[in-house]
Design a protein around this ligand. Structure first.
Ligand code: 2P0
Length: 326
């Protein structure tokens, strides 16, 4: 096989209806379906070349060569690509992340989506987006959704073939904007993988979460259909809080909130009291994301700037699905 390089860019996504737990860890089959918005500002670009002369995979992450131990999760994923494509060679992987790593901005989502796309192409496969979504899922659950742009639903399915993402059939008319607050760029203490498993194993509310999540998904689709932003926002916020209740109610208990997270939640609540329809969500990190319509952006920014520094937030909007750069 001649060396062939493929380069792909994938954007990260923010879950509006969260994925928090697996029925099958090896295949990353989630306990619930989820819904996300792919974001325009945060992305990963990855190049992959399979090279017969290499003795092991070489992963260069943000210009730094990873040790074999650090590269293990990526190498394990490349093994899946090698099996699927019948390619024997090790790979040179160069990846640049434009996402604050592991601070609840789901860098693993864009990371494994870009890797799935670049590695599958470089190995000679030409996968459909559905097949790519299934492949990315085995790297990281949230990556399943980053194959597509805009609003994306990941149906949990019952196994490898039925668990994949697809774009939502209806789009809202409103111009959705997300303000991502950046309180903490540090690596999180409890990874999503460990956190969600602990919640599933020990939270007494886990089964209630599974039931409520299915209801939330149904109702948010209804809100989108009816162009009802208020219901949309209320469901997003309640679903996030229910997910975070699973962290607090786990044994041992943990939380991704910090003091600034709570302060920002209060600010969102105050804005709502003033009649501005804004809502929040947050993933496995302290960085609150404010969900709003672009028509209210100036008012919300003015209020934010009175409390947080201008370098503490980024305004993002819907972003595209997977892109091949070479
Ligand atoms: C999500 N989050 O739906 C959820 C909601 C955060 C909160 O980051 O174990 O990194 O690799 O499948 O995809 C999901 O965690 O976990 C996640 P793995 P992943 O986006």
């Amino acid at each position: 096989m001649s060396n062939q390089t493929a380069t792909a860019r994938a954007h990260t996504n923010i879950a509006l209806i969260k994925y928090w737990g697996k029925t099958n860890s090896k295949l990353t089959i989630p306990t619930t379906s989820s819904l996300s918005l792919t974001l325009d500002h945060f992305y990963t670009e990855t190049s992959v070349t399979f090279q017969p002369e290499l003795q092991h995979d070489q992963i260069i992450f943000n210009q730094k060569l990873l040790s074999e131990k650090q590269a293990r999760r990526i190498s394990n994923f490349l093994d899946l690509v090698r099996i699927q494509s019948n390619c024997q060679a090790y790979a040179l992987v160069e990846t640049v992340n434009h996402v604050p790593t592991a601070a609840g901005l789901a860098s693993s989502a864009s990371g494994f989506a870009a890797l799935a796309a670049a590695a599958s192409r470089a190995s000679g496969m030409d996968l459909s987006n559905k097949e790519l979504s299934r492949l990315a899922r085995k790297g990281s659950g949230s990556a399943t959704r980053s194959i597509y742009g805009g609003l994306v639903e990941w149906r949990h399915g019952i196994g490898d073939h039925s668990s994949y993402a697809m774009p939502l059939s209806e789009s809202p008319q409103w111009d959705l904007v997300v303000i991502a607050l950046l309180f903490d760029k540090k690596q999180k203490q409890i990874s999503s993988t460990i956190g969600m498993e602990r919640s599933k194993q020990t939270s007494p509310y886990y089964q209630d979460w599974v039931k409520q999540s299915a209801l939330d998904l149904k109702q948010i689709k209804r809100a989108i259909h009816h162009q009802d932003f208020t219901s949309f926002g209320e469901i997003v916020e309640a679903n996030a809080m229910n997910m975070h209740a699973l962290t607090i109610s786990a044994q041992p208990s943990y939380t991704y909130f910090n003091g600034q997270t709570i302060q920002a939640m209060e600010l969102v609540q105050q804005l709502r009291k003033q009649g501005i329809p804004v809502y929040f969500t947050l993933d496995a990190g302290p960085n609150l994301k404010i969900i709003l319509q672009r028509s209210n952006l100036a008012a919300v920014k003015a209020r934010l700037t009175s409390v947080f520094g201008q370098d503490q937030y980024v305004v993002v909007a819907a972003g595209p699905g997977i892109q091949y750069l070479k």
